[in-house]
Ligand binder design. Sequence first.
Ligand code: LER
Ligand code: MN
Length: 277
Amino acid sequence: MKSAITVCLVPEAARGPFVFHDGLTSGCQHAADAGFNAIEIFPPSASEFPTQQLHSILQQSPLDLAAVGTGAGWLKERLSLTDTDADRRRQAIQFVAEIIEIAAEFNAPAIIGSMQGQASDITHRTESLDLLAEALCTLGDHAQRHGQVLLYEALNRYETNLLNTQEDAANFLIKHSLVGNGVRLLCDLFHMNIEEQNVPETITRLGNLSSDLIGHVHWADSNRRAMGLGHTDSNAIYRALNAAGYDKYLAAEVFPLPSPTEAASQTILSIEAFTSS
Ligand code: LER
Ligand code: MN
């Protein structure tokens, strides 16, 4: 498995669970210095994505781009893929589609987290899930046409009322034939710590459902600090991921605590404990 760390380029997300907030150059420099394989970027939008700057940084560094978040569409513009207003929904799909295209230039997938939105009233949940399936179908196709997968992230109950557990999300993707359409699960261990009965056992069951279901992992401890700074059993989780055949990124989407560089070095330690043996 490979290591990645988050670089946030959105001032409005300064208090969000991202490690580096001081610009692309500084974030990449810190990530490379700490020994990461890749960065995961949270950009304001596709049009504000620093494409040229990133190309030149990556050419001169050992880093790759692991994934690109789309949550700024929700954070800044309140766009959602399940908005009941068809025009707003189209804007949300367009926002994500453009990020898919830019991420694909760097051989990276885009993430659907906050952009999934939530049902405004529990009676509308079925309708919202139908809208979500429709959007994931369109965007999964778009990602595939650009040679990528699309990462769908189940969030905890305080962030969405759509799909909170990984198995509910997996069954939803399977029911709507979305896995064949390029959609994969993003397992965020912080959300899983809140929602799952047993995180390693859940990962094992996901692996049994389909070996390529898990497309990305947010490697966060129980309190959303760097792995090792909470009470998550990272050893059992790593073993479960390994046994499930997962060989992609462990990306630190965590708070920059006690400092960005300490969160980075703690994350690397927590990954190297498994990968260097
Ligand atoms: C996005 O990756 C995520 O985990 C959400 O909690 C964003 O708020
Ligand atoms: Mn996440």
